[in-house]
Design a protein around this ligand. Structure first.
Ligand SMILES: [Ca+2]
Length: 205
């Protein structure tokens, strides 16, 4: 085998390795891809300001527990009986299985007031930490809600401040997918062409 033929035979392998490398680069770069969630598009009730990023229990708030439950489509009685007044934002969003919803938060608390996040009817109190995230196991439409409630009293104002709300899609659910598919097909096509060329060369001898 002369050096040209040797070089020729190696090419498909080299090409294959190059393709695998580029696939790896695409696969590893996609998790950084995320979609910002615009909280100003959410529906709001009560004392909510700054494009729905500042939610207060509010000193002049007249939204009671029943009104909050109705607004949030919670089962009646799901908010604590000691809830007096409150404010909240909500939006129904579509998620694919594996999508991760997250946001950063700070809670300036007065007495025993509480801040919460709710995915559909599942209410979770925001008590410690400064970042919340939830990964959806099943695809579908889900109501995402964040709020603050006055507890035991209706005085003093607690403030929940939200930022960096975003959705991180599953890695293979991105614009990179068609590129990966095309690259793979292109690679296989080249490999087949080279292989048949080699066969032809041998047949001619
Ligand atoms: Ca209070």
């Amino acid at each position: 085998m002369n050096s040209i033929q040797s070089q020729f035979k190696k090419n498909p392998t080299t090409l294959g390795l190059a393709l695998i490398s580029s696939l790896g680069a695409i696969a590893f770069s996609t998790p950084a891809y995320s979609i910002n969630v615009d909280l100003s598009t959410f529906d709001a009730i009560g004392d909510v300001t700054n494009n729905n990023t500042v939610i207060q229990s509010g000193t002049d708030n007249t939204v009671d527990a029943d009104a909050l439950e109705t607004f949030l489509a919670f089962t009646p009685g799901s908010l604590d009986v000691d809830t007096t007044f409150g404010s909240a934002i909500k939006q129904t969003l579509n998620f694919n299985a594996g999508d991760r919803f997250s946001f950063d938060w700070t809670f300036n608390i007065d007495s025993q007031d509480q801040a919460f996040v709710a995915i559909n009817n599942a209410i979770q109190v925001l008590s410690t930490g400064s970042s919340y995230s939830y990964t959806f196991a099943t695809a579908g439409n889900y109501q995402v809600a964040m709020g603050v409630v006055d507890f035991f009293d209706s005085t003093g104002s607690s403030t929940l401040t939200l930022s960096n709300a975003q959705i991180q899609p599953v890695p293979w659910e991105t614009d990179a997918l068609p590129v990966v598919g095309t690259t793979l097909l292109f690679g296989i096509g080249i490999w087949k062409k080279h292989k048949s060329s080699n066969s032809n060369n041998r047949d001619l001898k």
